[in-house]
Design a protein around this ligand. Sequence first.
Ligand SMILES: Cc1cc2nc3c(=O)[nH]c(=O)nc-3n(C[C@H](O)[C@H](O)[C@H](O)COP(=O)(O)OP(=O)(O)OC[C@H]3O[C@@H](n4cnc5c(N)ncnc54)[C@H](O)[C@@H]3O)c2cc1C
Length: 437
Amino acid sequence: MKTDIVIVGCGVSGLYCALNLPRDKQILIITKSDLTSSDSFLAQGGICMLKSPEDYDSFFQDTLRAGHYENNRESVDIMIRSSRDVIRDLIGYGVEFAMADGKLCFTREGAHSTNRILYHEDITGEEITSKLLAQVKKLENVTLWEYTQMVDLLEEEDGCGGIIARDREGRLFPIQARQTMLACGGIGGLFLHSTNFPHLTGDGLAVCLKHGVRLQNPDYIQIHPTTLYTGRSKERQFLISESVRGEGALLYNQAGERFVNELLPRDLLTQKIYEQMEKDQTPCVWLDMRPIGEETLRKHFPHILERCQQEGYDPLSERVPIVPAQHYFMGGIWVDRYSRTSMNRLYAAGETSCNGVHGANRLASNSLLESLVFAKRAALHMTAQEQNTPEEKTLGEPVWNPEAYRDSRKLEEEYKTIVLREMNPPSGIPLWPFGQN
Ligand SMILES: Cc1cc2nc3c(=O)[nH]c(=O)nc-3n(C[C@H](O)[C@H](O)[C@H](O)COP(=O)(O)OP(=O)(O)OC[C@H]3O[C@@H](n4cnc5c(N)ncnc54)[C@H](O)[C@@H]3O)c2cc1C
């Protein structure tokens, strides 16, 4: 199989990259699962935007403060300055954000000093990603393959020559490409409690480690402070968006006392919650959403309300139990400002990559934006590369050994092991037990 560009992953990064590539290039997008099983579909809270030039400094400082000043300032600047263009693109693709009196509404989340987050109810990710997917499906030059998993990179003398994939029937085959884009998301599948889809197991990181492609900050893992506690493990944890605290929800301990400033950055709040759970010897703490008011709860957070009610808790009349869970990965495959990795002709964007925007801790609602901004930059750079590469740069015979990938279980465990070794997750965070998938 040969193509001009192969994109691994169809969340916002993969889809928006494809939309920004030339129509005369053959593009193949593969996904390990079905088209809608990506974390992009799960994003609830929203997407940040520079709402006015006056907000630049504050947006920049909030991102840096949340990131403990370890952020790459150039990347932060690029993200903020590109935000209005990206939002314009999204609206052009039919994405609907909350509006009032003909103007965009902005909400606020923890660690933001002002309202600057666009949202669509509490399903912003689904709204954005489904509209991007619909646009991609219209493109004749793009092919989408579900249940097709990247198991390795094809490494050539002068860089990346594509990937090796396994299809639904277990068939292994090389996909040769002139440019390769890793948009394969986060690492939640490596943890027992995570808000992520379980099939997101850091495969991009594994193949990069195998080929000596540089990673950055692999130990920067974000735990979300508030996911619904159900008492059931081994399930994707349901996230209760930070915006509910931004809108006034409060946290309580077992004795019914408040114990923390609910708008602390995620890492600090998580730490406080863990400390309280330890002190009280409880598996959770409690979130009271009633201060938000019934009208706003119903209008802004209908899906959170519904899900809590399905689990037997009514946020309109009682506090709901919550527990922290793995949520986001700030580290990843090192990339430069054009989303180029350290391997020639290999790009990465979205949660699998690390351009340093988030520093040591992500500011809420910066992830969708960062993914989109840097996926577009990858696409534009690839386009320029393609223009400078002679058409006759044909792809030779791929060198690969199918036997190395035959035992899928063994390969998965091998990949998980190398990623976790590199990541060295904080102690106390339960990992997904090997041998269970
Ligand atoms: C519950 C939840 C709520 C969130 N809320 C927000 C929010 O409000 N605002 C915000 O900015 N961010 C939010 N985030 C974070 C944000 O959604 C993600 O960081 C972002 O969507 C990542 O996009 P992506 O394209 O990089 O990856 P994803 O959308 O996760 O897509 C990854 C893709 O890669 C594919 N893939 C993975 N491995 C392979 C492989 N080996 N072979 C083939 N395909 C593969 C997957 O199948 C999938 O298609 C939230 C995340 C979660 C989990």
